[in-house]
Design a protein around this ligand. Structure first.
Ligand code: ATP
Ligand code: LTN
Length: 329
């Protein structure tokens, strides 16, 4: 038995795309056979920017079902909704008091998401304190995330260190784990930009719940590069390199093997192969998604998940409370 404790979170906002699947959820699935694995749908983080209440509730269910359809097994891993466990907000408040305004001001995500907005919530600024609480409540050793979240995990380490040095060993130091391949799936219309939920051009990303035929069209019209050779070369052929990575992830064949396979074939033939593979994946994935969302089991899975999560998080919250001098009940 391995002592690894994995925690990761995903916001229930926007439409999950194949980049989120390859870069995040699929990595969680691969790692769930050892250690303790905890996955959280972070609805409290989602409200740091404006949300429509009905859509937020729908998306929370949708993302939970997507995570299960992707292969997270509730018998092996814990899956729950952040607002169902009040310990997150409670520890978040405590950690607030051990992080400085200056530290939070340096967060790139805050700068990007607040840039040009008329209304910027205090919650958006304070987002990393809540994320630190998510991670530290569970004695997390590994946090699988995309490159963009590394800075938040580093801030979590700073918060843990500050608290531990003041009050003695309380929190485990977590490490970010960024996938070596697929950590950055690029847009199909601009392969120099990452595939993103918030991209205003709908042709850049392929949604996990999108019609497989429309996904096919997006791949067939994906931006490619000059020349005609199928070669993995990010500098000169970013469009083809991105499609090669996508095909490699879905077919489990290495990029080098794929280059050999498509030697002498034209872009059209190559794109057809990518479109076939993505279409096949989406059909299978959506079948599983429909089974899970129609099974009526989702609420019970989330309920069981939060009960187990609370058993781990609550003693840690009480330990932190005691250390700061809160009167126990
Ligand atoms: P947005 O682009 O609107 O900020 P997002 O698509 O980055 O949203 P998040 O909810 O921020 O989505 O990310 C969920 C997880 O998916 C994170 O671990 C993130 O690092 C990962 N991820 C997001 N986009 C990609 C991508 N293009 N390639 C690989 N991983 C990604
Ligand atoms: N900030 C992350 C979501 C997130 C998270 C977490 C990830 C919230 N809490 C804890 C890892 C661990 C994002 O926007 N992708």
């Amino acid at each position: 038995m391995n002592n690894k404790i994995v925690f990761s979170g995903i916001q229930p906002s926007g439409n999950l795309h194949i980049g989120n699947y390859i870069g995040a959820v699929r990595q969680w699935v691969k790692g769930q056979n050892d250690g303790l694995n905890i996955f959280c749908v972070v609805d409290m983080h989602a409200i740091t920017v404006p949300q429509d209440p009905k859509t937020l509730a729908e998306k929370t269910r949708e993302i939970s079902a997507i995570i299960l359809a992707a292969g997270i097994d509730p018998d092996k891993s814990l899956l729950f909704v952040q607002s169902h466990n009040p310990d997150h907000a409670n520890l978040g408040w405590v950690l607030n008091c051990y992080l400085s305004m200056g530290q939070l001001n340096r967060m790139i995500q805050y700068k990007e998401k607040s840039d040009g907005k008329d209304f910027v919530s205090v919650g958006l600024f304070d987002y990393p304190a809540l994320m630190a609480a998510d991670i530290l409540l569970y004695g997390t050793t590994e946090v699988p995330v995309g490159e963009d979240q590394k800075q938040h995990v580093e801030l979590t380490r700073d918060a843990a260190q500050k608290f531990n040095s003041k009050y003695g060993q309380t929190f485990v130091m977590p490490a970010p784990v960024i996938p070596k391949e697929g950590g950055r799936v690029m847009s199909l219309v601009d392969p120099l930009k990452k595939m993103s939920k918030s991209d205003p051009n709908p042709n850049g990303a392929i949604g996990l719940l999108e019609d497989p035929k429309s996904a096919r069209k997006k791949i067939m019209s994906a931006v490619t590069d000059s020349g005609s050779e199928v070669k993995y070369d990010w500098e000169n052929k970013p469009g083809i390199s991105n499609l090669l990575e996508i095909l490699s992830q879905f077919s489990d064949v290495s990029v080098t093997e794929l280059e050999k396979k498509f030697a002498g074939q034209n872009y059209g033939q190559f794109k057809t192969a990518v479109a076939d593979e993505v279409e096949k994946f989406l059909i299978g994935f959506q079948k599983k998604y429909a089974e899970i969302s129609g099974s009526g089991k989702l609420d019970n899975i989330l309920k069981a998940g939060v009960q187990k999560a609370y058993q781990i998080s609550h003693p840690k919250l009480l330990e932190a409370y005691k250390k700061v001098g809160f009167l126990g009940q």
